[in-house]
Design a protein around this ligand. Structure first.
Ligand code: PLA
Length: 405
C-alpha cells in the first residue's frame, strides 16, 4: 500500500529524551535516574502532598462540582489567587486592575501562550534567553515565530554567574527585545543573581526598554519560602513597568501531571489590560479551546483556605529542606572520597538541580559503568536523590573524575 507518511524523517536526537530512553531501557535493578526534575521522597518514591490529597477528597465530596467547560481563560478564582501568589498580597498592579492572568497548561503552556501572544502583537521579535537555559525555552519561542538569542549567564571558570557578561549582553539587546529571566532556582545551573544584582538587571532592562518575561517554575523550591522566591519578580512589578510571568504548580505543589499553571501579564493601565485580555483569549481558543479543570480546582481549594495554605507551605518547606540536605550529603560524600577538585558549588547552588561540572564523556561513562543517568551537560536532579543513593552517585563521580580527567 502506498504511504503518505513514509517520507517522514526521524526526529534528530534530543539530548534530554535520549537519556530518559537509555535509562528506561537499562535492565539494571539499581539504575538511578537523575535526569529529570522530579521530586522523590527519602524512600525514592514520587510524592503526592497530603494537602493535595485533602483538597481532592473535598472536591470529590462536593456534589455541586460539575465537569462542564471552563471559560477560555480558566477558573476565575484560580487566576486571582495565582496572581496574588507571585505578585504578593499588597500588589499595586493587582489593586489597579492592570494584571491579566489566565490559567494555562503548566509552565510550558504559559510560556507558549505568552510567546504566541508576543509573536502576534509585539513589533520586536527577538527573545534573549540565558546561556545555558532550560532546553525547551528556545523551542517554545522559535516555534511561536520569534528569534532566539543568548545572553551570557554561567561562567564555567568560577562555576558562578557571569554577571558582567550578562549585563553587557542584555544592555546591547535591541529596544523592545524580550528577555527571559528565571525568577529563582535557575535551571540548569542552580545559580541565581543576588537581590542587588537583580536590581541592576532591572535597571538595565527598564532603561533599555526591554520586556522581561519571567519563568517562575520553582517558586518556594529555592528557599522554601514562597515570598522570598518571588522577590525578583516583585522588584520588576513594583516599578510600574510591563512584565510577563509564566507560573507553574508542577514542582511546588507536586502537580506535574495535572499540567496546571498560569500566564500573568502585568500592564501599565487597566485599559491596556482589558485589550490584552481580549487578545489572549484569541490565542488560546484555536489552540485548545479552554484549559483542564482538575488541577485548577486543587490549587484553588488550597490557596483559598488559610489552613490548607499553611499546610502547603509546611510541606513545601519540607521538600526544599530535603533537597538542601541532599546537597550537603552529596558534598560530604565527595569530600570523603578525596575526589580531586573543588565541589563546594554543590552546596552553593540553589533549587532542584546541581550543575556538577562533570563532562559529557564522564556522564556517558557513569551511565555505562554505574547505571546512573544525568543530562549530558552534567546536570543532576538533587531532588531525586536520597541517603541510600548519595554514596552510589559519589562513587560514580569519584571514579569518573579520577579515571577520565
Ligand atoms: N521552566 C523551567 C525552567 C523548567 O525547568 C521546566 C521543567 C518548566 C518551565 C516546565 O515545567 P511544567 O510545564 O511542568 O510546569 N523542567 C523539567 C522537565 C523539570 C523537563 O524538561 O522535562 C526539567 O527536567 O528540566
Amino acid at each position: 500500500m502506498s504511504s503518505i507518511l513514509s517520507n517522514v524523517l526521524p526526529a534528530p536526537e534530543d539530548h534530554v529524551l535520549s537519556v530518559i530512553f537509555a535509562c528506561r531501557d537499562d535492565p539494571c535493578p539499581v539504575k538511578l535516574n537523575l535526569s529529570a526534575g522530579a521530586y522523590r521522597t527519602e524512600e525514592g518514591k514520587p510524592l503526592v502532598l497530603e494537602v493535595v490529597r485533602k483538597a481532592e477528597q473535598q472536591l470529590a465530596n462536593d456534589l455541586s462540582c460539575d465537569k462542564g467547560y471552563l471559560p477560555i481563560d480558566g477558573l476565575a478564582d484560580f487566576n486571582k489567587l495565582s496572581a496574588k501568589l507571585i505578585l504578593g498580597d499588597d500588589s499595586h498592579a493587582v489593586e489597579e486592575n492592570r494584571v491579566v492572568t489566565i490559567q494555562c497548561l503548566s509552565g510550558t503552556g504559559s510560556l507558549r501562550v505568552g510567546a504566541e501572544f508576543l509573536a502576534k502583537h509585539h513589533q520586536q521579535r527577538v527573545v534573549f534567553v540565558p546561556n545555558p537555559t532550560w532546553g525547551n525555552h528556545p523551542f517554545i519561542f522559535t516555534l511561536a515565530g520569534l528569534y532566539v538569542e543568548y545572553f551570557r549567564y554561567y561562567d564555567p571558570q568560577t562555576r558562578g554567574l557571569d554577571f558582567e557578561g550578562m549585563l553587557e549582553d542584555i544592555g546591547a539587546a535591541p529596544s523592545g527585545a524580550i528577555v527571559v529571566l528565571q525568577s529563582c532556582a535557575h535551571n540548569p545551573t542552580g545559580i541565581d543573581p543576588t537581590l542587588e544584582q537583580w536590581e541592576k538587571i532591572r535597571q538595565i532592562v527598564r532603561s533599555k526598554g526591554l520586556l522581561p518575561f519571567f519563568d517562575n517554575a520553582y517558586q518556594g523550591f529555592a528557599s522554601g519560602n514562597l515570598d522570598s522566591d518571588a522577590q525578583s519578580v516583585r522588584m520588576f512589578v513594583a516599578d510600574g513597568g510591563e512584565c510577563f510571568i509564566a507560573q507553574s504548580f508542577a514542582k511546588n505543589m507536586g502537580l506535574y501531571g495535572e499540567r496546571i499553571g498560569a500566564l500573568t501579564i502585568v500592564c501599565t493601565s487597566q485599559d491596556v489590560a482589558r485589550k490584552v485580555h481580549s487578545q489572549v483569549l484569541l490565542v488560546v481558543r484555536p489552540m485548545y479551546l479552554s484549559p483542564p479543570m482538575h488541577g485548577a480546582s486543587i490549587v484553588t481549594t488550597i490557596l483559598k483556605n488559610s489552613d490548607m495554605y499553611k499546610d502547603w507551605t509546611i510541606e513545601l518547606k519540607g521538600m526544599a529542606d530535603r533537597i538542601i540536605s541532599m546537597r550537603q550529603q552529596l558534598y560530604e560524600a565527595i569530600q570523603a572520597r578525596g575526589t580531586p577538585g573543588d565541589w563546594s558549588h554543590i552546596i552553593k547552588q540553589i533549587g532542584m538541580f546541581s550543575f556538577t561540572g562533570v563532562n559529557e564523556k564522564q556522564v556517558r561513562w557513569m551511565a555505562k559503568e554505574y547505571h546512573i543517568y544525568m543530562t549530558y551537560d552534567g546536570r543532576i536532579s538533587i531532588a531525586s536523590l536520597n541517603s541510600k543513593t548519595v554514596p552510589q552517585l559519589a562513587d560514580a563521580i569519584h571514579a569518573a573524575v579520577t579515571r577520565l580527567a
